[in-house]
Ligand binder design. Structure first.
Ligand code: HEC
Length: 138
């Protein structure tokens, strides 16, 4: 009798295990699809640019919260498309308060960052940038 109960239980457990692994099999591609969904509208260059921007530039250019101050100006596509050449130059050479990146980044990497910035929408409430002025105003 006890043996029978154990056998039934074992069969039951096995069925649950099979179900769980099937579920994992079905769900994991769905999860993967969801994560990469964030990149849906970005091409490879823009994805590279976003990664580099987050690593190298975000510390000064991305506000940690919507209302906090950032050291540098918040960058988005309208700014970039009007000044693409200036932007490339500033990123390479730096400015008064920004380090230049021409020895750290390849020209193609700088272009990738610019390509990524061209996809960034203007933030709803642009936070006030530290006391950073725009380079072109100087
Ligand atoms: C140490 C902080 C710091 C880092 C890191 C930094 N920046 Fe800046 N950036 C600034 C500041 C501050 C300004 C405003 C100009 C000034 O005050 O010299 C600026 C200005 C700029 C401008 C000109 C904006 C305009 O409208 O004139 C661009 C473009 C720019 N940064 C891009 C980048 C990119 C791309 C990176 C990463 C590769 C980067 N910055 C990394 C601080 C930084």
């Amino acid at each position: 009798m006890v043996l029978l109960v154990i056998k039934v239980l074992k069969g039951f457990m096995r069925r649950i295990l099979v179900r769980v692994s099937l579920l994992t099999l079905i769900l994991s591609p769905l999860c993967a699809a969801q994560t990469s969904g964030l990149d849906k509208n970005l091409n490879d260059t823009q994805i590279l640019g976003r990664r580099l921007y987050q690593q190298r530039c975000g510390v000064c250019h991305t506000p940690p919260t919507l209302t906090s101050k950032v050291f540098g100006p918040v960058l988005y596509k309208d700014l970039v498309t009007r000044n693409e050449a200036t932007f490339q130059a500033v990123i390479g050479n730096g400015s008064k308060r920004m380090p230049g990146f021409k020895y750290e980044l390849q020209p193609s990497e700088i272009s990738a960052i610019v390509e990524y910035l061209k996809t960034v929408p203007k933030p709803a409430a642009a936070p006030v940038a530290g006391d950073g002025e725009h380079v072109r105003d100087q």
